[in-house]
Ligand binder design. Sequence first.
Ligand code: NAP
Length: 283
Amino acid sequence: MQIIDGKEISNRVKERVKAEAIALKDMGITPTLAVILVGEDKASQTYVASKEKSTIACEMGSVAHKLPESTTQDELLALIELLNADDSIDGILVQLPLPKHIDSNKILEAIDPSKDVDGFHPINVGKLNSGLDGFVPCTPLGIMELLKEYNIEVSGKNAVVIGRSNIVGKPMAALLLNAGATVTIAHSKTKDLAKVCQNAQIIVVAVGKPNFLTADMVNDGAVVIDVGINRLDNGKLVGDCDYDNVAPKCSMITPVPGGVGPMTIAMLLSNTLKSAKNRKLKG
Ligand code: NAP
């Protein structure tokens, strides 16, 4: 069994992004990410701080808009319009979840698709599902990068994605399908999930429940990608997989922490660089 080292691969991606960002700087271009945070959610504040730090570490520009919880939907839409029109901004990311009085779909649809580095705009969702080039959500994109770096063949494999969120499950399934896998998407209504999983050579679990994927569900030699991030009462961070019992059955597995998690920010930086190149080099 081999452990997939997401920390190492994410560092490689970041080094590559940094080298390209430095080369662009010499041409007078600074790829710049604008992050919008509304409200005081502690986890969101941590994510945004980490995104800002990583962006700056990669020699890119970082602009943060931290708005009060009382911000109205119209005020947020007005800010997005300003950022859409600002040529110095290459990527716009609205940190989710938004306060309940704001319609997230309306906000995500207002972002210029060419600056939608999170890949949540319906135009980018459509492009992914049509196999066209666009922006792909960072977590599943990072998983594809892990599969590629570890030479895991996807084409012709049976893959099961557990979870059907717009952020992880659905785009993950589309990417695996585009790469030639036979894909099953499982969710809370799926019957006999163990049987569905036993047929898979690749399992991606994105449910948000500790110890959800157990050893009896996993075929010998399967590749298991654990997307879950769960904080236990004792403060320990775990994934969705019963790691100690599942890992011995796998050919490869991602740990939590240190697997999928670090890839998400790395791919956000990569998408921001891609946007700057698309917008400023290709005219
Ligand atoms: P989500 O929107 O809550 O989706 C969870 C999915 O799991 C849903 O599709 C749900 O099915 C399914 N599910 C729930 N119970 C199930 C069951 N008993 N059997 C089968 N499926 C079940 O969560 P998410 O945003 O996709 O995130 C999933 C996990 O990944 C969370 O732990 C999150 O923190 C983590 N995450 C990690 C990263 C990272 O960077 N590593 C990024 C994003 C998310 P229904 O649709 O039928 O309800």
